[in-house]
Design a protein around this ligand. Structure first.
Ligand code: G6Q
Length: 549
């Protein structure tokens, strides 16, 4: 029979099981089972995944795994790793994992071993990185390159930007990295204002090499170089491109030999492992870039080969389904306890929501259930002083991921302990809460009158029973960061397999883009627009009457 998530046996059993579990407090579950941590945690090399503070029992996990079996997740994982065309709406294979496969692995696509092709681009990256960092590659006037500007947007920006920020402590002092994505002229202008053109290299990162934002910013950068260095030939020393579109790159005026290729089987939000990661490699060095790939590859092997009960991305994905479809949670918080991972929530927002923010199944039927939750988050402890109030005492049930490290890349273990004490405290507070008896006791000891206690009591109660998972990693390195991101990538696929949607297309971004192309012609001083609805017409006309002032 055709697979339909909400018609599976496991779905029915989980719905019944929910009724048994809904009224049980996590605190009781911990009191009843002192081995809950050992039961519901997994070690994977330098990573500990503790999912014991989730609203689950062994029965929940058994049923979720039955759901995965009914959904054919094993087979679907196999299909991705065999290079099947699983991105059916774009007729593409999904091979981001191949970008981190070691040399020697064979994956034949249309008669070519694609792993060989991937490694030959990696070799070019290696040589280029060494040339730029050692000063063999110089700017047009002979100066060493010290500013690297990645111009790209979406998948050609967020991943590399996040990694570069995370691993900043590995970037030599004489290299400064910048990321320009927004078509708001402020973004490119502000960046250029800080830079010396003689020492600046632009990487134009665009899979399609047609994206309006990137092309426009690249054009501005090109004009800036030519104007300042007073020679068209300077472009060759100050621009490289990363793309799948060779003709587009050449048309823009970048020499083919300065182009790093990748392939249509790599989706934008999964592309940081490809040449799109050139800015990362230039920043942290090629050996460290390789470590990033190795960490991700370790997770690929784990995902491909582990039993579902020990498989971290599978368990993560199943828990997401548990909260989204059974508890009705509509948002999910990512809470890194690492300043270095400041941009992680941004990257994961795109990775998860662009992949699974879908409303039709693979065969085009409208889904009869909720799919991807809204992903949001911020680094701890900043978040604690802002929205954690809602996590603890608000009316929404919001599952959270806490991500932290045992050691800090900057040393200072004592201060790091203060930081991580907050991580542990928050996960416990969310789980445990503080009940009426405890609050009453506290208020009484503080010497408050009966009347005052009565008034304050309800405000001071924490219901607890709020789920979280903890990802605790030995230290932040390229290897562990690669592994962490790959865990999330595969988790997304597991969700997609259960919801029976295509994680790898993104048609939802097209409509706005099309309209913007149409509207640009209507933006002209004094022009009265009457093409659209009255609100859009009104806004455009108002803009036009004031734009020349
Ligand atoms: C990611 C999306 C999208 C894409 C950007 C940039 O998965 O496809 O965010 O990365 O639209 O596209 P280009 O790399 O083609 O410029």
């Amino acid at each position: 029979m055709e697979y339909s998530f909400s018609k599976t046996m496991a779905y029915k059993d989980l719905s019944k099981h929910l009724l048994e579990i809904r009224g049980v407090h996590l605190k009781e579950m911990f009191e009843q089972d002192p081995h809950r941590f050992e039961k519901f945690s997994i070690r994977l090399g330098p990573i500990l995944f503790d999912y014991s503070k989730n609203r689950i029992t062994q029965r929940t996990m058994d049923l979720l795994i039955e759901l995965a079996n009914e959904a054919g997740v094993k087979k679907k994982i196999g299909a991705m790793f065999s290079g099947d065309i699983i991105n059916i709406t774009e007729n593409r294979r999904v091979l981001h994992w191949a970008l981190r496969a070691p040399r020697g692995v064979k994956l034949s696509i249309d008669g070519r071993n694609i792993i060989e092709d991937i490694h030959s681009v990696l070799h070019r990256i290696k040589v280029f990185v060494s040339d730029v960092r050692s000063g063999v590659w110089r700017g047009f006037t002979g100066k060493k390159i010290s500013n690297i500007v990645n111009i790209g947007i979406g998948g050609s920006d967020l991943g590399p930007r996040m990694i570069v920020k995370a691993l900043d402590f590995l970037i030599p002092e004489d290299i400064n990295l910048y990321f320009v994505s927004n078509i708001d002229p402020a973004h490119i202008k502000r960046t250029l204002n800080r830079l010396d053109p003689e020492q600046t290299l632009f990487i134009i990162s665009s899979k399609s090499f047609t994206t309006q934002e990137t092309m426009q910013n690249a054009k501005v950068a090109r004009e800036w170089i030519v104007e300042n260095l007073k020679n068209e030939l300077a472009v060759e020393r100050h621009f490289v491109a990363v793309s799948t579109n060779r003709d587009g790159v050449v048309r823009f005026g970048i020499d083919e030999k300065n182009m790093f290729e990748f392939w249509d089987f790599v989706g934008g939000r999964y592309s940081l492992w490809s040449a799109i990661g050139l800015s990362i490699a230039l920043g942290i060095g090629f050996e460290n870039f390789e470590e990033l790939l190795k960490g991700a590859n370790m997770v690929d092997e784990h995902f491909k080969n582990s039993d579902f009960k020990d498989n971290i991305p599978v368990i993560m994905g199943l828990l997401d389904v548990w909260y989204t479809n059974f508890f009705g949670c509509s948002t999910y918080a990512i809470l890194p306890y690492s300043q270095c991972l400041e941009d992680l929530p941004n990257h994961l927002q795109q990775l998860i929501m662009e992949s699974n923010g879908k409303r039709v199944t693979l065969d085009g039927r409208e889904v009869e259930y909720i799919t991807c939750p809204v992903i949001w988050g911020r680094v701890g402890t900043d978040g604690q002083h802002s929205f954690y109030q809602l996590l603890h005492q608000g009316t929404h049930l919001i599952p959270c991921d806490f991500i932290g490290f045992v050691r800090n890349p900057y040393g200072v273990q004592e201060q790091h302990n203060m930081f991580m004490a907050n991580f542990f405290a928050q996960t416990r507070a969310l789980m445990q809460g503080k009940d009426e008896v405890e609050v009453m006791g506290e208020l009484k000891t503080s010497g408050m009158s009966e009347d005052e206690i009565k008034k304050l009591l309800p405000h001071k109660i924490f219901p607890g029973n709020r789920p979280s998972s903890s990802i605790l990693i030995d230290e932040l390195t390229p290897y562990t960061l690669g592994a962490l991101i790959a865990l999330y990538e595969h988790r997304v696929y597991v969700q997609g397999c259960i919801w029976n949607i295509n994680c790898f297309d993104q048609w939802g971004v097209e409509l706005g883009k099309q309209l913007a192309k149409d509207i640009i012609d209507k933006l002209s001083p004094g022009y009265i627009c009457n093409t659209y609805d009255c609100s859009t017409n009104g806004l455009i006309t108002y803009y036009n009457t004031r734009s020349d002032k």
